[in-house]
Design a binder for this molecule. Structure first.
Ligand SMILES: [Mg+2]
Length: 266
């Protein structure tokens, strides 16, 4: 179910994943670059705290900022504060918590996070689960809460059923299913609404949006970018609405370094 929105001459599909390679350079087309973090810029780890930030990542992101006139934003499920801590001293425009918090280019922060008493109950249920099984990890992000079961993969079906049952009466929240993680969050914001918001704001406004992500939660972002006639890039395997594909995190780094270099020289 791949939609082709590739704007340049189409390279051959990249087996075995499908999708084309992303354009090697922006040419004269000004891009606004949106980047997921985990699984896209850094390899996934057993727990969110255990990710390793590659040495060159800060330099690559800084080069992209320069090449695209500051129109670069992280679009992540993590809180913005966690992204800052991982990339210190680099501070980029960012959407955290899948679009629930936004830090705009002028550093103002916009939040879309109404609290809900039923959500507090679900959060405490997650903490109870972790007390019973130390392999589970709760990542409490304030407006959303995630349960990681990477170290207990055999519990996936049971945990998904548990959450589906617990969520039935709770309006206004949704369950997001990621890679070995379940997340409960308010239903009114996602990575697509975050990208839409940035595209209303300089220096993002008027540019062609480009979004790279690896997970199911990135599909809202791919849909938004496709709607704007932009370039959607899926990292890794799996069905996706993204038109382009790179096989892994290392390939994405290589591509980012290349487009920043081409733009700077061109
Ligand atoms: Mg990701």
């Amino acid at each position: 179910m791949l939609r082709t929105v590739n704007r340049s001459a189409s390279p051959a599909p990249t087996p075995p994943f499908g999708g084309t390679e992303p354009p090697a350079h922006p040419g004269d087309d000004p891009w606004a670059l949106f980047l997921d973090f985990d699984g896209t810029l850094v390899e996934l780890a057993m727990t969110p705290d255990a990710v390793v930030v590659p040495l060159k990542l800060r330099a690559t992101l800084s080069a992209c900022m320069e090449a695209f006139d500051g129109a670069v934003a992280l679009v992540s499920g993590r809180p913005i504060a966690a992204l800052d801590a991982l990339l210190d001293p680099l501070k980029l425009p960012a959407a955290g918590l899948h679009g629930l918090e936004l830090r705009m280019p002028d550093e103002t922060v916009e939040e879309a996070a109404p609290r809900n008493p039923e959500f507090a109950e679900l959060r405490s249920r997650f903490h109870s689960l972790v007390r019973e099984d130390a392999r589970l990890v709760v990542e409490d992000k304030g407006a959303s809460v995630a349960l990681h079961f990477r170290r207990a993969p055999e519990r996936e079906r049971e945990l998904r059923e548990f959450v589906a049952r617990a969520m039935t009466p709770h309006n206004g929240h949704q369950v997001m299913h990621g890679k070995m993680v379940l997340e409960i969050r308010p239903a009114h914001a996602d990575k697509g609404t975050a990208i839409d918001r940035f595209l209303e704001t300089p220096p993002f406004a008027g540019r062609t949006p480009v979004f790279a992500g690896d997970d199911i939660t990135d599909e809202d972002g791919f849909a938004a970018v496709n709607r704007h006639g932009g370039i959607s890039v899926k990292v890794g395997d799996g069905e996706s609405a993204a038109a382009c594909r790179v096989p892994d995190v290392a390939s994405l780094h290589h591509w980012l370094a290349g487009i920043a270099r081409t733009r700077a020289c061109g």
